[in-house]
Design a protein around this ligand. Sequence first.
Ligand code: SAH
Length: 450
Amino acid sequence: MLEKNQIYEAVITDYTAQGQGIAHVDGITVFIPNAIAGERVRLRIEHVGKTWAGGKITEILEKSPHRVNRECPVSKLCGGCDFWHMDYQEETRLKAERVKTCLNRLAGEQLEEIPILSAPACFGYRNKAQYPVASKKGRACAGFFRAGTHDVVENSRCLILPRETDMVKDAVMDYVNQYRIPTYDETTHKGLLRHIYVRRGAVSEQILVCLVVNGEKLPRVPELIERLKKIPGFTTLVLSVNTKKGNAVLGDKFITLYGPGFIEDTLCGLNFRLSPRSFYQVNHHQAQRLYQAAIQQAAITKDDLVLDLYCGVGTITLAMAAYAGKVIGVEVIPQAVEDARDNARRNGIKNAEFFCGDAGQAALELEKQGIRPDVITVDPPRKGLNAEAIEAICRMNPRRLVYVSCDPATLARDVALLKERGYTLKTAQAADLFPRCAHVETVCLLSRNK
Ligand code: SAH
């Protein structure tokens, strides 16, 4: 039996989905942060559960050749990234391995290797940041949460963000401190400023600043705008009203305080309008490569009808429109659907149509109307497809189904269900859109059995 606070020796054999190391001690699985597969370590047990334990490395007895010095000085505290202690080669290996293991174990595949599109840059790639704001010892601060807590860890320079994004945070905090803008306190539900949300177009370099407030108004707006205008690319300032308790960052109401309320960016050669609520992949370069892989797998022809479920602002839908007869996008957030329609117009795309609604319900509805797409693409959130979506897809009976996924476990679960319904997994390709973080994207092609 493992004992809390006792020291044990173990070899790290694998990684969890969150990027922690796994070791087996006395038949118990132990999760260990900052560990690398192959390392032999001494660890202190910090938590003993029924089926697993948590530990911390006290000494590395045999160091992995993939261990590196952390380039981010706060990375051990900050919950934003997971992999600053290892080289990028090991990070991409473990990500591809994770996708493979999920598909083999949960979807009955026998894949030997999964290719991964590695990112050319681990620095400055994220086009969006959401800094929580808090007060510590009477001083306002902004940063990122420490893993598993709501304790704000300050960081003067976040290495995966562009410099301009940190400049926005600094400008807003300068304003907050000078005018004593009250910061929000979750425990009392009092105070005003909750989050600083920044989105920057990788190509356009336009910056959208959205301040999330527990209220309807912000004091001293001209003084804030004056500060933001000094930052290259600052385009618009939006207030997001979020007076609810809980962890959702953005509220439902948006008030534009400066500029158009959205920014533009170019992706896959198309111009996109982006509002604060709209989903937009955070890694521009890698998103383009992911979408290109999806387009290639879809092998669309000019006669094809393509249905894109979970389409966001229409990125994949519109990128596919040029190759297809017609494309239909379905998305649940009304603002994103508005953006998607506007994006079709601004690119002169006439063969695209968008519907607002739950993907499964909308697809069932389209199926009832007799819509039979040749190709369906899906790009659901982490929870994957629901039963209705799978039912609608199978009833529509497309030739090809391209599945873009941000969670290999739910992807593999859905692939297993689709295999039972007459589809075969043809190719699976991983893509690293989040260097230094544990998330991994996958794009899969399933085709209908003859
Ligand atoms: N394909 C797009 C968006 C992918 S993110 C892109 O790559 O840019 C997933 C999208 O699914 C988000 O826009 C989210 O708002 C939407 N979504 C989440 N749940 C949904 C549901 N039940 N039905 C339809 N869309 C949903």
